[in-house]
Design a binder for this molecule. Structure first.
Ligand code: PMP
Ligand code: GLN
Length: 381
């Protein structure tokens, strides 16, 4: 072996990869990794088939112009916010790329980037690879995973380069309110702190509530990279296509990174999605679609010792199992996969300092029969 130092010595294979592999090995119902257990629409498949003729060479670096325009039009329709399609929109190969490029285009060695735990697993390593210092602030399950604004204000330092936002939140299903936007805006006002906002579940907010994008607050919008994904919205996580919305001065820096990471994203996908995006009902119906699944899954736990935490958005349901087992969540997730063939995600892995909570995350983006079967196996414990 050639000797070389690992750039990520502490990093392991992601929990999603591990749990999905274990689920496959044991033939388990896979409610672990977040992906739909059903296909995208036939209409979208037909559009892709159509555009796979004659659109098979490199797309422009920042995205196919008509697609960027469709994304800007959707942003106007859904949020009432005007984005300049050619200067403020970049098409990327999934939100993972958007997050990586946003972090790498602005974080210098020694810069601090604040994130709220449990935090999505891609944030911390990207900050470290840029030489930055991730600062993890824990949210409290007992307080509904709300942000402690006073703690955030105290944590800001001259080294703070950026704050990571994620609403609707993975893994907890918590969502931000207008007050949250205002609180963050008050804290960053007058500073040079940037915001990197992960809003991949923007169209999955329940109970008639609204998604509060950072785009909606001028103080936040002017300093934000908003990372989006079509994977969640159209049941196409395997297409790996998303976008970054940011003011022109940030988009310019973002694109300098994007051109070295992937250069451009798959051309036929961009044309197909550009057409599909023009029909708002394709994304406006998503919240109801998943709310029904959330409620179906939740109802199956009624009267059991599994305590469901509120899920206000995303397609995740967190469940407290403290009345059922003393095991660590990482151990229980593995045992349930092996013994009753139900795979879930332990949420402690998303913390720098895991609390003693006993919580597993279940993905309910699955067919109803799978959800009911998984719940029936769990409630027997
Ligand atoms: N952020 C969050 C919170 C996610 O849950 C995911 C994927 N499930 C991503 C980013 C990555 O999105 P993509 O698959 O488009 O890269
Ligand atoms: N975001 C998905 C989840 O939370 C997984 C994506 C991945 O496997 N990288 O389960």
């Amino acid at each position: 072996m050639i000797q070389f130092p690992s750039k990520q010595a502490q990093v392991q294979t992601t929990i999603f990869t591990k749990m999905s592999a274990l689920a496959t090995e044991y033939g388990a119902l896979n409610l672990s990794q977040g992906f739909p257990g059903f296909d995208c629409s036939e209409e979208l498949q037909a559009l892709l088939a159509f555009y796979s003729k004659g659109h098979n060479q490199y797309a422009p670096m920042a995205g196919v112009p008509v697609f960027k325009q469709s994304i800007a039009d959707k942003t106007k329709l859904f949020y009432g916010i005007e984005m300049d399609a050619q200067k403020e929109v970049t098409v990327v190969s999934g939100a993972t790329e958007a997050l990586f490029c946003a972090i790498h285009c602005c974080v210098f060695p020694g810069d601090e980037v604040i994130m709220f735990d449990p935090s999505y697993d891609a944030y911390d390593p990207a900050v470290r690879l840029a030489g930055g210092i991730p600062i993890h602030l824990a949210m409290d399950a007992q307080k509904g995973f709300q942000i402690d604004w006073e703690l955030l204000a105290r944590t800001i330092s001259p080294k703070t380069r950026a704050i990571m936002v994620n609403t609707p939140h993975n893994p907890t299903g918590a969502i931000w309110s207008e007050e949250d936007l205002n609180a963050l805006a008050e804290i960053v006002k007058g500073t040079n702190i940037l915001i990197i906002s992960d809003e991949v579940y923007e169209h999955i907010v329940f109970d008639g509530k609204k998604h509060y994008s950072v785009l909606l607050h001028p103080e936040l919008r002017k300093r934000s990279f908003v990372c989006g994904s079509f994977g969640k919205t159209y049941h196409i996580t395997g297409w790996k296509i998303g976008y970054c919305l940011a003011p022109e001065y940030l988009t310019r820096e973002f694109q300098k990174l994007h051109q070295w990471v992937t250069f451009s994203s798959a051309t036929p996908l961009q044309y197909a999605l550009s057409d599909y995006l023009k029909e708002p009902k394709h994304y406006l119906g998503l919240a109801d679609f998943y709310q029904r699944k959330r409620d179906l899954f939740a109802a199956a736990f009624a009267g059991s010792r599994w305590k469901l935490l509120p899920s206000h958005g995303s397609f995740f349901q967190c469940i407290d199992y403290s009345e059922i087992s003393d095991e660590l969540d990482v151990d229980l997730a593995v045992r349930l996969t092996k013994e009753i063939q139900v795979a879930s995600i332990p949420i402690s892995v998303f913390y720098q300092k895991p609390p003693s909570d006993k919580i597993l995350r279940f993905c309910f983006a699955k067919n109803d029969d799978i959800l009911l079967e998984a719940a029936s196996r769990l409630v027997q414990l």
